[in-house]
Design a protein around this ligand. Structure first.
Ligand SMILES: [Zn+2]
Length: 388
């Protein structure tokens, strides 16, 4: 956490999970603080606090400072023991971790994975690993509250099913929630990786923003949308998925895994850069190889990165004009690519309405490698605080 002030700000439309965060970060210590920060009535706050206490998510301790009358009871989030597990699956790596009920990462680490091994093998291994991590780090009496899982492909929100992912052979239609339900007693919440990234960065870095777009540019490309302070999933869960939006390309437009040509994914994703450079005979196997070539000033790699940045900027310009976010943040491996960022910015300024860009924040994600884990933690906390 680099910004100590940000978590003290209440997001618009404070829900029970958000109340936990306000107490966990020390921004609120009483019902009165929660009412002031959330703008909710004291009776609504009291009702929610009682529910959270009943679920063991908040507890009352000692007494606070007196302002002349009866001393108010202090609220705190019980953080003894590890209670949440998190899995953030990528194309070649997965990040797994444990978090406390305040949503803070207790422990995390990366594992190499091969998504082409199929969902049973990959998710089975990750469940074993994260369960071990949770058991190893749990304090006495700790209750395992849930596991949050991020998938690098479209996830139908109501069912937790993966729908037509790119570069994930054998995963289409896979029911992640049922798979986990048959193997663990702990509740499991699933979402796509860009949504997890958006949730992690928004809650921990910029909770004061009501409207923001978070782009994940790694092997694939996607985005998560925060609207009115909440993650906006849309009707099915595909909101923010910009991967198959069409961009202007030189002929012939590259063929995308979806069967169309000229999709953003086929032009500007890390996978697209790798295959374009390989076609030119350059010795690249993965996105880090591409990043090294760009760092070394290879002109083909740099030109491709600039072109990718322009394409991302083109799509984001439509998004910004349409949605008018306060911030656009970019994360994933490609966020470290200067030529890409520079051309993305310039297209955004060129193509957007002045009113949309006047105060628009365009920045790199700053929460670090655990951003997806933090998002997965929030997903679980929101679910246990506000069960469906
Ligand atoms: Zn496509």
């Amino acid at each position: 956490m680099t910004d100590d002030e940000a978590p003290g700000v209440a997001v618009q439309g404070t829900n029970a999970g958000e109340m936990l965060r306000l107490v966990a970060t020390g921004a609120a210590a009483s019902r009165a603080d929660l009412a002031r920060l959330s703008g909710l009535s004291p009776s609504t706050v009291s009702q929610r606090v009682e529910t959270l206490i009943g679920r063991g998510l908040l507890r009352e301790v000692g007494a606070g400072k007196s302002r002349g009358g009866r001393r108010p009871r202090q609220l705190e989030v019980p953080v003894d023991g590890v209670v949440i597990g998190a899995v953030d699956l990528g194309a070649h790596h997965a990040r797994i971790g444990t978090l406390d009920l305040a949503g803070r990462v207790v422990e995390s680490r990366s594992l190499e994975v091969r998504v082409e091994d199929g969902p049973e093998s990959v998710l089975g291994t990750l469940l074993t690993e994260v369960t071990e991590l949770m058991r190893g780090a749990s304090g006495p009496g700790a209750v395992l509250r849930g596991i949050g899982v991020g998938i690098p492909g479209p996830v139908q929100h109501s069912t937790g099913r993966i729908v037509s992912p790119s570069r994930m052979p054998g995963w289409n239609g896979f029911d992640v929630v049922s798979f986990f339900a048959g193997r663990t007693d702990v509740p499991v919440v699933v979402d796509n990786d860009a949504n997890l990234m958006a949730l992690g960065e928004h809650r921990w870095k910029h909770p004061e923003l009501d409207h923001a777009v978070y782009v994940k540019a790694g092997t694939g490309i996607g985005a998560g949308v925060i609207s009115a302070g909440r993650l906006h999933r849309g009707g099915q869960g595909s909101a923010g998925d910009i991967s198959h939006c069409q961009v202007f390309t030189a002929d012939p437009a590259p063929l995308c895994s979806c069967g169309n040509t000229g999709c953003l994914e086929a032009v500007a994703s890390g996978a697209a850069l790798v295959s374009a450079l390989r076609e030119r005979g350059l010795p690249v196997q993965s996105l880090p190889d591409v990043m090294r070539l760009i760092d070394d000033g290879d002109r083909h790699a740099t030109a491709l990165a600039r072109n990718a940045g322009r394409s991302i900027g083109e799509i984001l310009a439509v998004v910004v004009n349409f949605f008018n976010p306060q911030a656009v943040a970019i994360g994933g491996l490609l966020a470290d690519c200067e030529p890409l960022l520079a051309s993305m910015r310039s297209v955004l300024y060129e193509r957007c309405l002045p009113l949309a860009t006047q105060t628009l924040l365009i920045e790199r994600l700053s929460t670090g490698a655990d951003v997806g884990i933090l998002g997965a933690g929030q997903l679980v906390i929101d679910r246990v605080a506000d069960p469906l």
